[in-house]
Each structure stands twice: as structure tokens, then as C-alpha cells.
Design a protein around this ligand. Structure first.
Ligand code: NAP
Length: 488
């Protein structure tokens, strides 16, 4: 893919569309499958369909490359990542268009995702040479303790469709920086961005076999073949909680290292002392980023009774003005949802809430095709047992509920099995710290509606996952600790 190929046809044709195994682009033994444009429902292009046999060939390549990559000086590994960072910026327009075509988000958001995704390459290029260990005497003075940190080994990286560039780079960058080789399995709906990233890493000088990519329409046999192979040492997964716990069970037999970034159900709490217009800005970002298809999306708004009416009115007014259309049209602010099943799921959640007594302040809903569009919707009066409050919405729907006091707000926010992220808007510092401490979440946005940053430890608690990605913590997920006792 070159900088000049920024037409849809140019971007699509410049991609290999095959599996990357041991540095070779190869056809899949399962044939090929079509990637669908969610704005039209039409195929964009076909990519190779990997089988379990292809998966084992990819692991052969990763295992063969492991020793050499681990022995490659950290500075050299870092320079590959740093070149990949630069190449992503050189090709930002083409990558953004590709992500928009296969995932649907507006171009402006895809451009932001290119920058976010590339940042993982830069951040972990800086972390690679900083991996250290320790040296200390035992308290008894009998021997010395040397602590080494070494790459875990060949890793399976499985990513979802909603951030088709950033989810792969958030895993590939720390794995490679730590000295691990990897097999990447991107989502069936969005394999093209992952192939473009693999192409970039190859051009950046990554040796054959260090990163292998399996696109497939049938993930279960591919995943199972890898999880049961003794050469695999780690699985890092981002996706839904049911698939994450299925993989965790699969990883148990071989006691694999596991990182899981799973679903969310983020509360967005607005206290009566908050800057109302900043809270609405934050709500727009937290709800509408990525068309609401983000694990970090605000799923439930809890607003102090005294300001609930103006907050809801302002939010509904802002959501009503957004232009809906294909992400590749620069005027669009709300693209299509990923597929018919995704759109129908959101519609079902809204129907269920309305049947339970909810009122639409902004009456959006599914739009006729082509494509899988859903107009922004704001609901009030949602019953506590509505599915909308229990499940990830993954669409542009905002349920606004009210609270009387701080304790009620915190209890309502924590009333979920998920614990990825919470948002809090208040001008009171003491209340901020009190509430943040009580929230059951791996991350909190305090007076801000977007928290994602390559330098921050991203991750959840409860059903939202295990481990952290990004930050100093991210590389640790791909390192083992070895203690050496040294006689005096
Ligand atoms: P998903 O259905 O769980 O799929 C995620 C990935 O797992 C895809 O690549 C999928 O392949 C693969 N997969 C599915 N079943 C598998 C199996 N049996 N063995 C091996 N791999 C398997 O999730 P999604 O619908 O793509 O993504 C949306 C979910 O991701 C949401 O719940 C969202 O909250 C979560 N998410 C979390 C974070 C976070 O950081 N916490 C970030 C982004 C998204 P196929 O595509 O072929 O099915």
C-alpha cells in the first residue's frame, strides 16, 4: 500500500489478501471469504481463509523465529517498531480509508485511529530497551539474587473488529518489543487493516516468521489448534466476554499466560456541580466515538436529578444534529453499524426498554438499507431491569437515568458484572477522589470522555478482563521473570 493509493479501489488492490506465514504470503487451505462494506452490505474484496493446518504452519514459523528474535538486541527490535510507526504516518490516509471501508466509522475517526494505533509502535519502541531486572543480596548474605526478564515466547493475538488498526498494534507492539514472536488472528469482519499493518512491519524490516497473520471465517478450529500446541506460550485476546472466557478455559489445560480485554458497561456519572457543557461534550465523545461500538462507550448515564433535564435536552440536541452516512463521505459523523446482526441487536435493546416503559427524547432507530445504519437515540425512564442497562449496547443509544445522592450514584454505577471504565463529572476534588476510589472499574475518566492512550495501562476488572495493555505495564504481559540464585 503506498501513499498515492487513497481511492477505495487503489487501497483495496494494493493489499496482499493472503495469509502471512514465515515471511511468505500464502493462500489459505480453506479458500477465501469476502470482507463486507457495512455502508452498502456489498463485498469489498476476498481474503484467504485459514484452517487449523494453516494455523499450525504459522506456529511452526513463529516457533522457528522465536530464538533469533529474542536474541536480537532490543535496540534493533525497537528500530523496526519505530520504522513501522513512521510508515503508518506516511500512509495515514490510505490506512484510514481502509479502516473506514471495512469497519464503517467516519474518516475523521479512522484518521484518529491511525495516529492512536501508530503510537503503540512508538511507545513500545521506547519501552523495548528499558526492560530490566534486578540484583540484590539475600537478607542472610548467603547468596545473590539476580532477576531476569525474558520473552514469554510465541504468542497468539486475537483482535476484534471495532478498532481494526489499534487493536492489532496494541498487541503486536508489546509482544515484539518484549522479544516474542506472534500469530495474529484479526476479526473476520476487518482483516484488511491487519494485513496492511503486517505489510508495513515487513517493509520496516521485521524478520520472517516473527509476525504471522491468519485471516479466517472459522476461528474455533484455528484457535483450538494453537491453544493445544505446547509451543504456544501466551494468548492475548480482545473481544467479547463469552469468547474470552471460552479461550480462558481453552488455555487452562496448557496453563498458558493469558491477557483478556473484554466487554464493558461504562457508567457516566454527572454530579450537580459539574460544568454542564463540558459534561455534554464528554458524553458525546464517550457515547458517539466509534458510532458507540467501543468497549469504552458510555452505556448508562447517571445524572443528578437537579440537572437531568438540561443535560438530557442538550445531549439529545447534539446527537440529533449528527450527519448519518457512509464513513467514506467526509460529511458523515455517524457511520453504519458493523453488520445486520449488530444493528438488530441494538434495535432489540431499544424495543425491550420501550416495552418496559422508557420514553424516547430522541427517537432514532434502525434505518432502511442499503447498509446497517442506526440513528442516534436518547431514552429516559428506562426500567432498572432493562437489558439496555445490563448488556453492552454497541450503538448510538444513550439511556439517561437520575440519582439523588452520591451513594446512590456509586451503587447504580457498580451494579454491573463488568468493570472496564467509568466516567465521572464533578468540580469537587474531594468528591472526585471519594467516588473514583469506590468505582469498580480498571479505568476512570475524570472530567474527560476519552481515556485511551498508548502510555496508559488499559484494562478492566470483573467480567471486563485480566491484564493491561499499553503503558509500562503492557510489555510486562509478554515477559517472564526468572530468578537466579548466585553463590557468593
Ligand atoms: P468477539 O466476537 O468476541 O470476537 C473477537 C475475536 O475473537 C475475533 O477475532 C473473533 O473471530 C475471535 N473468535 C471468536 N470466537 C473464537 C474462538 N472460538 N476461538 C478463537 N477466536 C475466536 O468480539 P467482537 O464482536 O469482534 O468485538 C466486540 C467485543 O470486543 C465487545 O464486547 C467489546 O467490548 C470488546 N472489546 C474490548 C476491548 C477492550 O480493550 N476491553 C476493546 C475493543 C473491543 P471472528 O471475527 O472470526 O468471529
Amino acid at each position: 500500500m503506498s501513499t498515492s493509493t487513497t481511492t477505495p479501489a487503489g487501497v483495496l488492490e494494493s493489499l496482499p489478501g493472503q495469509l502471512l506465514i514465515g515471511g511468505q504470503w500464502r493462500d489459505g487451505r480453506g479458500g477465501a471469504f469476502d470482507v463486507i462494506d457495512p455502508a452498502t452490505g456489498e463485498p469489498l474484496r476476498a481474503v484467504a481463509d485459514a484452517t487449523a493446518e494453516d494455523a499450525l504452519a504459522a506456529l511452526d514459523a513463529a516457533a522457528a523465529a522465536q530464538r533469533g528474535w529474542a536474541a536480537t538486541p532490543a535496540r534493533q527490535r525497537a528500530e523496526v517498531l519505530r520504522r513501522a510507526f513512521a510508515l503508518m504516518h506516511d500512509r495515514a490516509e490510505a490506512l484510514a480509508l481502509l479502516a473506514t471501508l471495512e469497519m464503517g466509522k467516519p474518516l475523521a475517526e479512522s484518521r484518529a485511529e491511525v495516529a492512536y494505533a501508530a503510537e503503540f509502535f512508538r511507545w513500545f519502541s521506547e519501552e523495548a530497551p528499558r526492560v530490566d531486572g534486578g540484583f540484590r543480596p539475600t537478607p542472610e548474605g548467603t547468596h545473590h539474587i539476580l532477576v531476569m526478564r525474558q520473552p514469554v515466547g510465541p504468542s497468539l493475538l486475537i483482535t476484534p473488529w471495532n478498532f481494526p488498526l489499534a487493536m492489532p498494534t496494541r498487541k503486536i507492539a508489546p509482544a515484539l518489543a518484549a522479544g516474542c514472536t506472534a500469530v495474529l488472528k484479526p476479526a473476520e469482519q476487518t482483516p484488511l487493516s491487519a494485513l496492511a499493518i503486517a505489510q508495513i512491519l515487513t517493509e520496516a524490516g521485521l524478520p520472517p516468521g516473527v509476525l504471522n497473520v491468519l485471516t479466517t471465517a472459522d476461528p474455533e478450529p484455528v484457535g483450538a489448534a494453537l491453544l493445544t500446541d505446547p509451543r504456544l506460550r501466551k494468548v492475548s485476546f480482545t473481544g467479547s466476554t463469552p469468547v474470552g472466557s471460552h479461550l480462558l478455559r481453552g488455555a487452562a489445560d496448557r496453563v498458558l499466560r493469558v491477557s483478556l480485554e473484554l466487554g464493558g458497561n461504562a457508567p457516566f456519572i454527572v454530579f450537580d456541580d459539574a460544568d454542564l457543557s463540558a459534561a455534554v461534550d464528554g458524553a458525546m465523545a464517550a457515547k458517539m466515538r466509534n458510532i458507540g461500538e467501543a468497549c469504552t462507550a458510555a452505556n448508562r448515564f447517571f445524572v443528578a436529578e437537579s440537572i437531568a433535564e438540561p443535560f438530557t435536552r442538550m445531549l439529545a440536541e447534539r446527537m440529533a444534529t449528527l450527519a448519518i452516512g457512509p464513513g467514506s463521505d467526509p460529511r458523515s459523523q455517524v457511520g453504519p453499524l458493523i453488520d445486520a446482526a449488530g444493528r438488530d441487536k441494538v434495535a432489540g435493546l431499544v424495543d425491550d426498554a420501550r416495552a418496559g416503559g422508557a420514553t424516547a427524547v430522541l427517537d432514532g432507530g434502525p434505518l432502511p438499507g442499503p447498509g446497517f445504519f442506526f440513528a442516534p437515540t436518547v431514552l429516559t425512564g428506562v426500567a432498572p431491569d432493562a437489558r439496555l442497562l445490563r448488556e453492552e449496547i454497541f450503538g448510538p443509544v444513550a439511556p439517561v437515568l437520575t440519582f439523588r445522592d452520591e451513594d446512590q450514584a456509586v451503587a447504580a454505577a457498580n451494579d454491573t458484572e463488568f468493570g472496564l471504565l467509568a466516567y465521572v463529572y464533578t468540580a469537587d476534588l474531594r468528591r472526585s477522589l471519594r467516588v473514583v476510589e469506590q468505582l469498580e472499574a480498571g479505568m476512570v475518566g475524570l472530567n474527560q470522555g476519552v481515556v485511551s492512550n498508548a502510555a496508559a495501562p488499559f484494562g478492566g476488572i470483573k467480567l471486563s478482563g485480566l491484564g493491561r495493555e499499553g503503558g509500562r505495564e503492557g510489555i510486562g504481559e509478554f515477559l517472564e521473570t526468572k530468578y537466579v540464585g548466585i553463590a557468593r
